[in-house]
Design a protein around this ligand. Structure first.
Ligand code: CAA
Length: 291
């Protein structure tokens, strides 16, 4: 199946990055959000990020202008439904995702492929509540989307070969690399990454190290581009906790129990960069460790 148009539901951190890379790769993009403000912020950010790519000579001004012209924004969800491939990138809550798919179903074109950018929710379960589980997949980008090379493609139990191959073709057109994952809690990246972040929080909780020494250790001792606590702030501590809970509930193994200190930060509303406070305080000029 040929994919020319992409519908992106949710214009937050992930949705705007997905619209960015899809439009640059030549796809027509319909970007949807319930919030007009979120759509305006997304377009501003995409434009700013593409301007930076032009100034670094990664893309030409002409490519930037053409890509921007390929993005249509809308608050009207049914407008997304006629695209060839839909990527749901809304908040990581199953009830919200469910509601979006329910609203899309009556308006979908016959061959439209439905996907979710979920980082941990069961693809098989989401698919089973639609009219096309065979045309449903996990299409999981990493943050920041324009920079990270990987896309995880997750097949639900019913996903057919044509759907997988079509999605693989889209990833290749983006110039990114796909990793194929089976549909088990948190798939591959987060199954490995989140327990590491959770362990870093335990290391802090038990006083083995402070925020600085833990992050320095992993940056300089294991060559990670960001320390695990800095990365947790970047991802969002609520998202990290939600994924740990999916692992804990889904695999029923105590090795995945979320660290009480992670829960405490989330309960305080200290969710990382997006709220300006997490394991670091971002309100000043340079981030200051909170422990
Ligand atoms: N959007 C677009 N471009 C961005 C960007 C963004 N949000 N952030 C950085 N960039 C670009 C910069 O413009 C720069 O481009 P050039 O090479 O053209 O100059 C390049 O990325 C490098 O950026 P910086 O020099 O500012 O900073 P850096 O070298 O410290 O890199 C980083 C920043 C790429 C974010 C790097 O720190 C990194 O790789 N961190 C780890 C990120 C990571 O692990 N992501 C996965 C999170 S897990 C996930 O996403 C899955 C999930 O479900 C939770």
């Amino acid at each position: 199946m040929t994919v020319n148009s992409i519908g992106v539901v949710g214009a937050g951190q992930m949705g705007n990055g997905i619209a960015h890379v899809m439009s640059l790769a030549g796809f027509d993009v319909v970007l949807n959000d319930i919030s007009e403000d979120a759509l305006k912020r997304a377009i501003d950010l995409i434009s700013k990020n593409m301007d930076r790519q032009v100034s670094r000579e990664k893309i030409t001004q002409d490519e930037r202008d053409q890509a921007m012209a390929r993005i249509v924004i809308t608050q009207d969800l049914p407008q997304v439904a006629q695209t060839d491939l839909i990527i749901e990138a809304a908040t990581e809550q199953e009830t919200i995702k469910q509601k979006i798919f329910d609203s899309l179903l009556p308006h979908l074109a016959e061959n439209t492929i439905l996907t979710s950018n979920t980082s941990s929710i069961s693809i098989t379960r989401l698919a089973s509540r639609t009219d096309r589980p065979e045309k449903f997949m996990g299409f999981h980008f990493m943050n920041p989307v324009p920079v990270m090379q990987l896309v995880e493609l997750i097949r639900g139990i019913a996903t057919d070969k044509q759907t997988y191959e079509t999605c693989l073709g889209v990833v290749e057109k983006l110039g990114k690399t796909a990793a194929s994952a089976e549909d088990f809690p948190a798939f591959i990246v987060n199954r490995i990454l989140m327990p590491m972040i959770n362990e870093a929080v335990y290391t802090l909780y038990e006083g083995v190290g402070n925020v600085n020494s833990i992050d320095q250790s992993m940056k300089l001792g294991a060559n990670h581009p960001m320390g695990p606590l800095e990365l947790a702030d970047f991802i969002g501590l609520d998202t990290c906790l939600a994924i740990m809970n999916v692992l804990h509930d889904g695999l029923a193994d105590t090795k995945y129990r979320p660290c009480p200190l992670l829960t405490k930060y989330v309960e305080a509303g200290w969710l990382g960069r997006k709220t300006q406070r997490g394991f670091y305080d971002y309100r000043g000029e340079t981030p200051v460790p909170t422990r």
